[in-house]
Design a protein around this ligand. Structure first.
Ligand SMILES: *Cc1c(COP(=O)(O)O)cnc(C)c1O
Length: 459
């Protein structure tokens, strides 16, 4: 008999989980104004809110903490990180930042001006936020297949070259400071971009003299999909694939809270020394001196070790197979999810799960609330709440998909936990006909409202 698959690590330290009753959860979610960001962590049994900064560090990462060099300038921890970024991505210059959005803030302070256009594949919410905050516009050029959850396509994160060229041709080129490719594409379901597509976007960008930036939070998961899905890459190592990917980027921002498996950290990678120098000024103003940028030496050490572990095939296989495990359970229960299964999360297609709740009543948020009450599992809405209002008309923007994202922290939960999540969703799916009413907003912030919004049930 063929031996079954098993995790590529064992567990040294554990953390207790707290169970709760349905009555408690009903009370807590009301107190939280139906916004799961307002719940306390002890009110949650299985937390799939995000895979960002929630991973479990390895014994080697914890050891690296002790070796951190806390010198203000020129710390050895900085040079360790610099070597890793050169080895893994090929960037000669980099700036450490405290997380991904800080990298965006620093770099966009140099690159993005009022009236600019930034095309890409469904920009992440903070990326879009930093673009719109500067009165510029992010234009989504993802392939249409991404917006139909039933279509099987190996690289649903790909940029549609026709859409991209249309944007470039219809705007003055000096108004397009860069094209951003998000790896993997979070907003469209953790879907990867093919190496071929990166190559094509880069060559189009060069034809017009535009910079290409990789939003690199999940670059390693993207490389895993290239290895397992793209012809010609099956025998390459993850690191070889990553090296090749970054031939087609002029720079990168990274939230290291994802694929570097640390709780906090980020960086900007540059090929261009001039841009690095201009960005350094903003790094010093917003983040810290250029050799620590908002991070402790020990954090840079753990991050560096995490970059190596995060690009190890055995680790990535364990990680992505757990996402597949949960996804396949849900598929077997008949629950509509985004196909194919993404890298870091399962995206439940709520328009098909709860068709009786109107989109204006925040369909996906309704499912997030139901799942919490059913089981103490926390997912997150990727739908109308997250899409925010149009910055000009102030009207709600209705995205093409209403999704509930179940993001899996790295190396944290077991497949028994996944069984609880799947069963809870099945219970709700079985009674979906009875769920017809949604939620309405009581209070919201003008930008990135989903983090703090307050809601009530529609009467
Ligand atoms: C998380 C993330 C960011 C922002 O990073 P933070 O570390 O949360 O500030 C940017 N882009 C993508 C694709 C992300 O997933």
């Amino acid at each position: 008999m063929k031996l079954p698959f098993a995790e590529s690590y064992k567990i040294k330290m554990v953390e207790a989980l707290r169970r709760s009753t349905r009555e408690e959860r009903v009370k807590w979610i009301e107190e939280a104004k139906f916004n799961v960001f307002n719940l306390k962590s002890e009110q949650i049994f299985i937390d799939l809110l995000t895979d960002s900064g929630t991973g479990a560090m390895s014994d080697k990462q914890w050891s690296e903490l002790m070796l951190g060099d806390e010198s203000y300038a020129g710390a050895s921890s900085f040079y360790k990180m610099k070597n890793a970024i050169k080895n893994i991505f090929g960037f000669d210059y980099f700036l450490p930042t405290h997380q991904g959005r800080a990298a965006e803030n620093v770099l966009f302070s140099v690159l993005v001006k009022e009236g600019d256009i930034v095309p890409g594949n469904a920009h992440f919410d903070t990326t879009k936020g930093h673009i719109e905050f500067r009165k510029a516009t992010a234009i989504d050029c993802t392939i249409d297949e991404a917006y139909n959850t039933t279509i099987q396509h190996p690289f649903k994160g790909n940029v549609d070259l026709g859409k991209l060229e249309h944007v470039i041709k219809n705007n003055p080129v000096e108004k397009i400071p860069m094209i951003i490719i998000t790896l993997t594409c979070n907003s469209s379901g953790g879907q990867p971009v093919s190496l071929e597509n990166m190559k094509q976007v880069y060559s189009m960008a060069k034809k017009y003299g535009i910079r290409v930036l990789f939003d690199s939070a999940r670059f390693a998961e993207n490389a895993y999909f290239i290895k397992t899905r793209e012809k010609g890459y099956e025998n390459k190592t993850i690191r070889e694939i990553v090296k090749e990917m970054y031939l087609y980027a002029d720079g990168a921002t990274m939230s290291c809270k994802k694929d570097a498996i640390v709780n906090m950290g980020g960086f900007i990678g540059f090929k261009d020394k001039e841009l690095y120098k201009q960005s350094s000024m903003y790094n010093i103003m917003f983040e810290g001196f250029v050799t620590y940028g908002g991070m402790s030496g020990r954090d840079m050490n753990a991050l560096t070790q995490g970059l190596y572990e995060g690009t190890d095939f055995d680790y990535l296989e364990t990680r992505i197979k757990q996402v597949e495990y949960l996804g396949n359970k849900l598929i077997n229960f008949g629950i509509p999810i985004q196909h194919p299964i993404g890298g870091h999360a399962i995206f439940v297609d709520v328009m098909r799960f709860l068709p009786h709740v109107p989109q204006e009543q925040f369909q996906a948020q309704v499912l997030v609330v139901e799942l919490y009450i059913e089981s103490g599992v926390r997912g997150v809405e990727i739908g109308t709440l997250m899409a925010d209002r149009d910055p000009v008309t102030r009207e709600n923007r209705y995205p093409e998909l209403e999704l509930m994202r179940l993001a899996l922290p790295r190396r944290v939960y077991t497949n028994n936990h996944m069984d609880v999540v799947a069963t809870a969703l099945k219970n709700i799916y079985d009674r979906r006909e009875t769920i017809t009413k949604g939620l309405q907003i009581v209070n919201e912030a003008p930008i990135l409202r989903h983090f703090t919004v307050e809601l009530e049930r529609v009467k």
